[in-house]
Unconditional design. Structure first.
Lengths: 461, 454
């Protein structure tokens, strides 16, 4: 494969005068399952092979992708990419330049205890059925349960015109369980996701029966929950909500491409934008975490990147292009979902660092507020407006947890909200997730429990 | 790279079906996909990249002892790869457990003709032509105000073809083109940045107005400067198509899918023929809508697309079916099996979800509102409760309407409520329809929406 990819880069450089060329190949094997009410909707397997070619000619990018290793097709694709780059360069005001990075030659082999590619489809089905069955059997009010399972194995190859040559094994195991419950006209819905880059041994920690019951309980509990009041309240957020808050409300703003696109962080580098308790990382080096890897899709080693320290913005997430613009080092955040698309700046494992308080200490001073334990979804805007929908939440009344609330959400401006963090717990948890930015990326988000002195709670009561 | 010919795509599908039957499948269905697309990328206000993507593949679904297996490959030139994909699908099926509700694949039905889904002019466009469209769009955006920046955007043109064959004799081929341009803008003044504003055009034939797109996106960002707060109360809200698409996708559309109904995940269960919305609301799922972004002659299982009444004058008329869910209810498929190319098995989705227009222009709608909001974009709609329809979202941004005129922009406003209540509180359906994704709709005005100000 190395020779084939090198040949592509040589054509770009020698025939079309490309300043930089990069050929990325993948040979991936996927299996997937969807179960609904103990019915296997379809057991799926797939093969995806292909090559992505990216070239920089006269300061502009050209990109071509083909699902083939056939030389005639690849030769056509690299010529296309170079011609397109040349065309794009004609109106360029600011040519693209890349930050220097070390030339890497490496082979990264994954060593799963249980390789998902070697687990029989029968066993994967059995496992998913156990989750499905436990959830449905938990309570008569559970009306439906869907289990989606997915694994990916294979290799990716990256060769660039600077001499970098990386072969990396890819391995992901992921499952999502959703359940719905109904009682007396009330409909509720719950969701749980698990994922790992270690191997199928994920299910030794995440026991199917425990998972199934957990999701069912969440849906049942919401049946008797009430709607929260809308308005400003003090809240305590659990690690799962803190994770999505860090990811959505801050993480996207700290992606250097979005910061350059007018995001609020570009003008705040080195400035204090949050309370002293705020320290955030984006870390691609956590072993077996969903979203961790050794090299990104530009061949840059994955870093542990400090984004905010004690409330001060210290860094952004970069690819080679944005690192050059900010005169800094690339951080290993350039990721491509597959061969069809180009690498863009993506998060890896994004989290808030824990401090020293106990959960009880966080809630004890709150007279009337909420505890939001897990989220349903979140979204952010470049102006720093965020929204996080809550799946599991409780009232806090006079320092104690009260009745469950359903369909709450929190929203606000990131730059204001980070100043409102006035207590941070000593616990820590990381949850796997998937992030959409035109492409899907596997990530983890997390942190400790935290307290916000105030945030807008969206509720219908 | 030349596109695959019709007869080659159909025979790829037919051969895979034959191979699966030979190897012992009871039912077999093969789907072949080809997509070729060119895309001009705009970053930081300039054209900085051009992409070309060619994607082909075949997916095969088989039943063995009423258990379903599926496999796909993106290597279609190699007979060995095609043979192994058939073997994979069968081994997956045999690993599964029988589904007693499986009643086979659909049979052959005639297809209706579609209009305005393919335009040779789009297929013939060069990268140079697309660059020219991008330049026109950027120039128009740049001329509105110097505080406005086009931050990113794209101009793309694509050709998509698909072929399907199954063991009941279905053999279909369809092809189409699409062209689109889009731009996202922000406006900056001092330390204040507006939310991202966005506009786009998408069409199946070569009718595109990049200058309009650039100008509108820029005007929107400009008018989002200088925000003021609004008070917390319940009131009139006009939802534009962007906001409606966000809100309805995760709630109403989920509720009318037959599988949601069958699984107890829809509040519409048992409500056919009942009033579920304001009399002003009529919605059709129309897979044959001329020039619609989801128009095609057949669905992901080779069933003909059709026009299905979903809500007529507020009365719930039909759910959307694929073959499996239809057989379970003793009904006919409504042609709503949808696929993500060759990578997935079919699932129920809308085709073109058409909210019938009323007769008020946007100017008339605005002028008749004494006190209210108009909401263009929503944030967080995907965190709505898909089963109950409860939502709690941020309007980024919204504009206050006072005495029939837009008075100012406001940021960070939350809207909360229940989509199914909201449908009953629709008071005006506009005449200004346009398509965004699967939704073809005009503006809709709703009464009594809970608005939480900052």
């Amino acid at each position: 494969m190395k020779d084939l990819l090198t040949k592509i880069n040589n054509i770009a450089a020698q025939k079309f005068g490309a300043q930089y060329a990069e050929a990325r190949a993948q040979k991936l094997y996927k299996t997937a399952l969807t179960l609904k009410e103990e019915r296997v909707e379809a057991a799926k397997q797939g093969i995806e092979n292909g090559v992505a070619i990216r070239v920089l000619v006269n300061g502009a990018w050209g990109f071509a992708s083909v699902g083939s290793f056939d030389w005639a097709i690849l030769e056509g694709a690299v010529s296309d990419a170079c011609r397109m780059a040349k065309l794009a360069s004609e109106r360029l005001k600011t040519p693209v330049k890349l930050a220097d990075t070390k030339v890497v030659e490496d082979q990264v082999v994954s060593k799963p205890e249980k390789n998902p590619a070697n687990i029989l489809m029968e066993d994967k089905i059995k496992n998913a059925l156990a989750i499905n069955r436990t959830s449905l059997g938990f309570n008569k009010k559970i009306k439906s349960c869907t289990v989606d399972y997915f694994d990916l194995t294979g290799s990716s190859f990256l060769v660039n015109s600077e001499g970098t040559n990386v072969e990396q094994d890819k391995l992901y195991v992921w499952a999502r369980i959703t359940a719905s419950a109904q009682n007396e006209g009330v409909f509720t819905f719950s969701r749980e996701e698990i994922g790992s880059t270690a191997g199928y041994e994920l299910f030794d920690e995440q026991v199917p029966e425990v998972l199934g019951e957990k999701v069912a309980k969440l849906a049942i509990e919401q049946l008797t929950a009430k709607s929260p009041k809308g308005g400003k309240f003090p809240v305590v957020l659990g690690p799962n909500v803190v994770g999505v808050f860090v990811h959505e409300a801050f993480g996207h703003l700290a992606e250097a491409d979005l910061a350059l696109s007018g995001g609020v962080l570009a003008s705040n580098l080195g400035k204090k934008i949050g309370s002293n308790l705020v320290t955030f990382y984006d870390d691609g080096t956590i072993p077996s975490a969903f979203g961790a890897f050794k090299y990104d899709d530009e061949g840059v080693p994955s870093h542990k990147t400090l984004l905010i320290k004690d409330g001060v913005v210290t860094g952004l997430m970069h690819n080679r292009e944005t690192a050059q613009k900010f005169k800094t080092e690339p951080t290993g955040n350039a990721r491509a979902e597959d061969f069809r698309v180009e690498p863009i700046i993506r998060m890896r494992c994004t989290y808030m660092a824990p401090r020293d308080q106990k959960f009880e200490e966080l809630i004890e001073d709150i007279k009337a507020g909420y505890y939001f334990k897990s989220f349903r979804g979140g979204q952010a805007n470049l102006d720093g407006t965020f929204q996080v929908g809550i799946q599991e939440g409780y009232e806090i009344v006079n320092g104690e947890l009260g009745t469950a609330v359903r369909n709450a959400s929190i929203s606000g401006s990131t730059l204001e909200t980070l100043h409102h963090i006035n207590a941070v717990g000593k616990d820590f948890m990381l949850d796997p997730g998937r992030c959409g930015k035109g492409q899907t990326a596997f990530v983890s988000d997390g942190g400790p429990h935290i307290r916000l002195s105030e945030v807008v709670v969206g509720g219908s009561a | 790279m030349e596109v695959l010919e019709k007869n080659i795509m159909i025979s790829l599908a037919e051969n895979a079906v034959k191979a699966a039957l030979n190897k012992g499948a009871q039912d077999a269905e093969a789907y072949v996909y080809e997509g070729q697309a060119s895309n001009i990328g705009i970053e930081l206000g300039q054209i900085s990249k051009i992409n070309r993507i060619i994607d082909r593949g075949l997916g095969i679904r088989v039943a063995a002892n009423k258990a379903i297996g599926f496999a796909y490959t993106n290597i279609v030139e190699d007979p060995k790869a095609l043979e192994s994909v058939v073997v994979s699908a069968l081994s997956s099926a045999r690993a599964g457990k029988p589904d007693q509700d499986w009643n086979g694949l659909p049979g052959k039905k005639p297809y209706a003709a579609t209009e305005k889904t393919f335009d040779q002019k789009i297929a013939n466009l060069s990268s140079e032509d697309l660059v020219q469209l991008a330049v026109t769009m950027l120039d128009a955006a740049g001329q509105v105000d110097k505080r406005v920046f086009p931050i990113e955007g794209a101009v793309g043109a694509g050709y998509i073809a698909n072929a399907i064959a199954n063991s009941n004799g279905i053999a279909g081929f369809d092809r189409g083109t699409v062209i689109e341009c889009s731009v996202a803008t922000v406006a900056k003044e001092g330390n204040s940045v507006t939310p991202v504003c966005f506009e786009f055009n998408a069409a199946r034939d070569c009718r595109l107005d990049p200058a309009w797109v650039g100008k509108e996106a820029a005007k929107m960002a400009f008018s989002a400067l200088k925000p003021k707060s609004v008070e917390t109360k319940s009131g009139k809200v006009i939802l534009t198509q962007f906001a409606l698409q966000e809100l309805l996708t995760y709630t109403l559309i989920n509720a009318i899918r037959a599988d949601s109904v069958q699984r107890g995940q829809s509040p519409f269960k048992g409500k056919l023929g009942e009033k579920v919305a304001s009399e002003d609301l009529s919605i059709y799922d129309d897979g044959l809508f001329a020039g619609g972004l989801r128009t095609g002659s057949f669905d992901g299982e080779g069933m003909p697309h059709q026009k299905t009444p979903v809500i007529e004058r507020g009365i719930l008329r039909n759910f959307l079916y694929d073959n499996y869910s239809a057989k379970k209810d003793g009904k006919e498929s409504t042609g709503n099996a949808s696929r993500a190319g060759y990578l997935s098995t079919p699932g129920i989705d809308t085709t073109n979800f058409h909210v019938l227009p009323g007769n008020k222009t946007s100017e008339e709608m605005l002028s008749e509102v004494e006190d209210g909001l108009i909401v263009y974009y929503l944030q967080g709609a995907h965190s709505s409760n898909p089963v109950s329809g409860e939502f709690s979202v941020v309007a980024t941004p919204a504009w206050k309407i006072k005495h029939g005129k837009i008075s100012h922009c406001s940021r960070g406003i939350m809207l909360a409520g229940n989509v199914f209540e909201l449908l009953k509180n629709i008071s005006v359906v506009g005449a200004n329809e346009r398509q965004i994704g699967q939704l073809i709709s005009p503006w809709i005005q709703v009464e009594n929406v809970r608005v939480i100000g900052q």
